[in-house]
Ligand binder design. Structure first.
Ligand SMILES: [Zn+2]
Length: 312
């Protein structure tokens, strides 16, 4: 369907269980525009090389700061001289999160979660491995803002801010054809990871649910997500995601009837996770715990420098 509007999907493999990311390229207002780039890696480079050779890429739009979308932006910018566009919020996170200072703070944060030292070391090794997957950093020349109109192929899309999966995430919507580039806000098959990360958004799950309600009003018919295949009817998937989080909140509330650490709650919510997934699992458990705290269903306190959460 996208090809009739002059938009091409470029699927780039990822070395994770979620094994690919969908990027897009189309004619923009002044040369080609790219939407998301993949990780900085050999595999990504080899996929973009012939596309860069054939096309005059003028603009690179990054939907959010996560490495699978943002990581190759700097390299692609170097190759093409293109301008890079991001939301201010996610540019700030993307350009600092994988730095040394930020990773040091992250280690401290993990200590307050009640994680065993060995697991913290494994998590930090995994996190540190991402620095090379996002460098070189792009120079972000332009800010993407709510309501901005973007020509992409034959269609004009409106930027809609949808914080939750990341603080500055946005989706692109074309009303006339009812097409939504949902990025990682609405995914089929998996529930997008919603992580609390100790700084930034104090209640990302609330933001995510609010963003889902906002997009539900569009009643978008054709959804092009950043992972998996396109699907129809955004609203039925939105309802499933809302139900999923309501269930998870109920279960999280049950888990803290007795005081529990973040690590204990994570292990009860998620089984069979590898080290890479553990990072998302901890963030997601925290997002649910902090939602309960914000809604006065739960309180938290430090005991021996470790957070304890307890239902009220
Ligand atoms: Zn993603």
């Amino acid at each position: 369907m996208l090809s009739e509007f002059g938009i091409e999907q470029i699927t780039i493999p990822l070395p994770f269980r979620l094994n690919h990311v969908n990027c897009f390229i189309a004619e923009g207002s002044n040369g080609k525009t790219v939407l998301d780039t993949g990780l900085n890696s050999e595999v990504t480079r080899n996929i973009w090389a012939p596309i860069v050779a054939k096309n005059h890429i003028k603009n690179i739009i990054i939907t959010h700061c996560h490495p699978d979308h943002f990581g190759y932006a700097g390299s692609l910018q170097k190759l093409t001289g293109a301008d890079v566009w991001m939301t201010r919020t996610d540019a700030e996170v993307g350009l600092t999160y994988w730095g040394r200072e930020s990773l040091k703070r992250k280690r401290q944060d993990y200590l307050t979660c009640g994680l065993p030292q060995e697991l913290i070391d494994q998590l930090m090794t995994d996190e540190e491995s991402f620095t090379a997957r996002v460098e070189p950093y792009p120079i972000v020349q332009h800010e993407v803002i709510e309501g901005m109109k973007i020509m992409f192929g034959k269609l004009e899309f409106e930027v809609m801010s949808t914080p939750g999966h990341s603080d500055g995430l946005f989706v692109l919507y074309n009303k006339e054809k009812s097409i939504l580039f949902s990025t990682d806000h609405i995914l089929p098959k998996v529930s997008p990871n919603i992580s609390y990360r100790f700084r930034g958004n104090p209640n990302p799950l609330q933001s995510f649910l609010t963003s889902l309600e906002k997009i539900k009003k569009l009643n978008a018919q054709y959804v092009f997500p950043s992972h998996f295949k396109p699907f129809k009817n955004a609203n039925s998937r939105i309802d499933e995601l809302i139900d999923h989080h309501e269930e998870r909140l109920e279960f999280t509330y049950f888990l803290v009837k007795q005081p529990a650490t973040i690590y204990e709650v994570t292990l009860s919510l998620f089984q069979h996770v590898n080290v890479h997934q553990m990072r998302f699992a901890i963030g997601e458990a925290l997002a649910h715990l902090e939602y309960l705290v914000a809604n006065n269903q739960c309180r938290k306190y430090l005991s021996d420098k470790v957070w304890q959460y307890e239902a009220i």
